[in-house]
Design a protein around this ligand. Structure first.
Ligand code: HEM
Ligand code: HEM
Length: 140
């Protein structure tokens, strides 16, 4: 597995564990702000999306029979996805403490950019992938 895949899977599991702790906290304390959106996004952008990124970087180039379009873009995405998500969590916390949306907005844009990097890298990787070889004729 590539370094990118290993790191995305490691981070996915870390966010999953933190999200579950927050979920358990809310089971007791109720769906209190800011834990609800942090729990939701650590699960959805952390655990689920990062697991999909990791597996996608491993599998899609193999499916398409072509190398990944850009390792550099993938590494940038790894950083941006993590900075964005942790920053969004901080942003929800700031919003709940002071009412300001600025931090949340800035890191939401960082997270969105990471998603665009993934989309571009994958679309370029699967573009014009060779068609699979025809199946051999069945034996009579
Ligand atoms: C041990 C595992 C989990 C626990 C104990 C837990 C607990 C909770 C609790 C207590 C809430 C607040 C709901 C309410 O009272 O209205 C909540 C919300 C939420 N959870 Fe979890 N959760 C768990 C796993 C997950 C997973 C795996 C996902 C997604 C993959 C997830 C996604 C969400 C989302 C999206 C919300 C917000 C729902 C809404 O907007 O109404 N949770 N969770
Ligand atoms: C760049 C990506 C994303 C950004 C910037 C973003 C931003 C937000 C924001 C600002 C909210 C309102 C939360 C609040 O203030 O209470 C929200 C809610 C929500 N988002 Fe996202 N989101 C993103 C990606 C996703 C994805 C990929 C999913 C699902 C796979 C998702 C599922 C949800 C759900 C279920 C809620 C309701 C959670 C709650 O009740 O607290 N989001 N999102």
């Amino acid at each position: 597995m590539s370094k990118i895949t290993v790191w995305f899977i490691r981070f996915a599991i870390i966010y999953f564990l933190i999200a579950i702790l927050l979920g358990l906290h809310m089971s007791v304390a109720g769906p209190v702000y800011p834990w609800m959106p942090i729990h939701a996004h650590f699960n959805l952008l952390g655990w689920m999306s990062m697991m999909i990124y990791g597996v996608g970087y491993h599998i899609l180039p193999r499916f398409s029979g072509k190398p990944l379009f850009s390792d550099g873009l993938a590494m940038a995405q790894l950083w941006l996805a993590n900075i964005g998500l942790v920053g969004m969590a901080a942003g929800w916390w700031v919003r709940s403490a002071s009412g300001s949306n600025t931090v949340l907005l800035i890191f939401s844009l960082v997270e969105s950019l990471s998603i665009v990097f993934f989309a571009v890298n994958m679309l370029k990787t699967i573009k014009a992938a060779p068609a699979p070889a025809p199946a051999p004729p069945a034996k009579k």
